[in-house]
Design a protein around this ligand. Structure first.
Ligand code: MN
Length: 307
């Protein structure tokens, strides 16, 4: 048994009643460069203690109106094969309530297809932020490698919109060119204002079931130094906020789930803080889009003393 984790030190609502459901997934088997992402879920959640309840951009306190549950981590004790572990993760998340906001906190990026399979069984769109294309068919002997999730998502029948990409091999480029279900926004191209506007236009025209996957290495390493496979270039904070603002400005997006993956805790704790705050922003934007701000103040924050 692991000690119960919390978000913003709020009490955990029952799983079946919570508006927001966070699943820590300390999974790390195929990391190829800088290890440590298995420690990320706990480090991120502990860092949320340092965040304010008040959301300064949107001007509300999300948890006055919303309840949250951080569930028991979905751990990996090494007893299952890779394939069996991924299958059990899919089974686990497919049984969770469907109408709330689900956030999987990784852990390595290989867990994304298993979450998507459980949350979005029909064909939809995966909005995929990453420095790397993650489009290899297999890597270092494993088709479940963190270098391969986009291949698995295509096999599940989804469209992929990927952005921030600045590291890919030639065969991945060929696959993008041959696959009309992938919209690729290279980080290099997004530097142009016209290209950035075109990207935001794509975000605001997304329709149908949607899943959001954020690999923290999409950020510039100056903003988030703690990732498994850092790359120069990348997003800064307000670019990501602008993307989220655009995504959630259309009230009724059919968001099936979110994951935030590949962060590696580091001594400055800047990366933990950026990830914790990103998680709060996603929750706030989703809550506001779903008009929780108009609902009675019966959220998790009402059960605690604060300030
Ligand atoms: Mn990735």
């Amino acid at each position: 048994m692991t000690d119960q984790l919390h978000f913003l030190s709020l009490p955990n609502a029952p799983t079946n009643e919570a508006d927001v459901l966070i699943l820590p997934i300390p999974f790390e088997r195929t990391v190829s460069f800088k290890p440590g992402t298995a420690a990320a879920p706990q480090a991120i959640l502990e860092t949320t203690d340092q965040l304010e309840f008040y959301e300064e951009d949107a001007g509300w306190s999300p948890f006055k109106h919303m309840t949250i549950n951080v569930s028991e981590p979905f751990a990996d004790d090494g007893s299952l094969t890779e394939a069996a572990w991924h299958t059990s993760l899919t089974e686990h998340v497919s049984k969770l309530p469907a109408e709330n906001l689900f956030v999987g906190l990784g852990g390595e990026h290989s867990l994304t297809p298993s979450l998507v399979a459980g949350r979005m069984p029909e064909p939809g769109t995966v909005l995929f932020f990453d420095a790397h294309a993650d489009l290899r068919k297999s890597y270092q002997g494993s088709k479940y490698s963190h270098a391969c999730p986009v291949t698995r998502l295509l096999e599940q029948g989804h469209n992929i919109v990927m952005a921030g990409i600045r590291s890919l091999c030639e065969s991945e480029v060929t696959r993008v060119e041959q696959e009309n279900r992938i919209s690729l926004f290279l980080d290099w191209d997004l530097r142009g204002k016209g290209q950035w506007e075109a990207f935001l236009q794509t975000i605001s025209s997304l329709e149908g079931p949607l899943y959001l996957s954020i690999d923290m290495d999409v950020f510039n390493p100056m903003a988030v130094p703690g990732v498994g496979t850092p790359q120069p270039g990348g997003f800064f904070w307000y670019q990501m906020i602008e993307v989220l603002e655009t995504l959630f400005s259309r009230k009724k997006i059919d968001l099936r789930g979110v994951d935030i993956v590949e962060m590696v805790p580091e001594p400055s704790r800047v990366s933990e803080m950026a990830t914790a705050k990103l998680l709060l922003k996603v929750i706030s934007f989703w809550g506001y889009a779903n008009e929780f701000n108009l609902k009675p103040q019966q959220g998790s924050q009402m059960q605690v003393k604060y300030e």
